[in-house]
Write a protein that binds this ligand. Structure first.
Ligand SMILES: Cc1cc2nc3c(=O)[nH]c(=O)nc-3n(C[C@H](O)[C@H](O)[C@H](O)COP(=O)(O)O)c2cc1C
Length: 157
C-alpha cells in the first residue's frame, strides 16, 4: 500500500512524531512518504496563505498530523484539509500534539475537527490520537500511537 504522512508543524514537535512513525512504517512492506504542509501567516491581519499543499491522490492510507492552537485545530491544517476536493477511497488516521497535559484542553476537539472535515470529504476514518507534550510519559504515548497506527495499517491490508 502507498502511505502518505502529511504534517503541519511549526516548532517541530509534531514533525518529530511523524518522522518516528515514518521510520517505523518504512520497516513494513509499504511505500511511505513524509510530506510537509507549508504556509505563510500574518497573525495581526488574520491572514494565511498555503504555500505547499501535498497532493493525496496516489495514497491508499493518509496520516494527517498537526497541533492544537488556541484549543482548536491549527488553522493551517484546517485550511489545507478543507481545500482537498475528495478523500473518497482513502483510509485516514490523524493525530495532534498539544503542550498542555490533558486531551480535553484542545486535543480532542482538534482531532474531532480533523475527523469531521475528512468524513465530509468521504474518507474512511480509522483512528486518531493526541500527544500531550507535557505528559511525563510522553515517549510511551508516542510509541503507543505509532504501534497502534502501524498495526491497524497492517490489519487493513
Ligand atoms: C499560537 C499557539 C497556540 C497554542 N495553543 C495551545 C492550546 O490551546 N493548547 C495546548 O495544549 N497547546 C497549545 N499550543 C502549543 C502547541 O500545540 C504545542 O506546543 C505543539 O506541540 C506544537 O507543535 P509543533 O512543534 O509541531 O509546531 C499553542 C501553540 C501556539 C504557537
Amino acid at each position: 500500500m502507498k502511505i502518505g504522512i502529511i504534517v503541519y508543524s511549526q516548532t517541530g514537535n509534531t514533525f518529530s512524531v511523524a518522522s518516528k512513525l515514518y521510520e517505523e512504517l518504512k520497516k513494513t512492506s509499504n511505500k511511505v512518504s513524509l510530506m510537509r504542509v507549508e504556509a505563510t501567516r500574518d497573525l495581526k491581519q488574520n491572514v494565511l496563505e498555503l504555500t505547499k499543499e501535498p497532493k493525496i491522490n496516489q495514497y491508499d492510507v493518509i496520516i494527517f498530523a498537526s497541533f492544537v492552537e488556541a484549543f482548536t485545530l491549527c488553522p493551517v491544517m484546517k485550511n489545507y484539509l478543507e481545500n482537498i476536493e475528495t478523500m473518497k477511497g482513502k483510509k485516514v488516521f490523524s493525530f495532534v500534539t498539544q503542550f498542555l497535559p490533558y486531551k480535553w484542553l484542545g486535543g480532542t476537539h482538534a482531532v474531532n475537527q480533523m475527523k469531521n472535515i475528512c468524513e465530509q470529504k468521504d474518507a474512511t476514518i480509522i483512528e486518531s490520537g493526541v500527544i500531550n507534550w507535557k505528559n511525563k510519559r510522553r515517549e510511551d504515548r508516542i510509541n503507543d500511537l505509532i504501534d497502534m497506527i502501524v498495526s491497524k495499517i497492517e490489519g487493513t491490508k
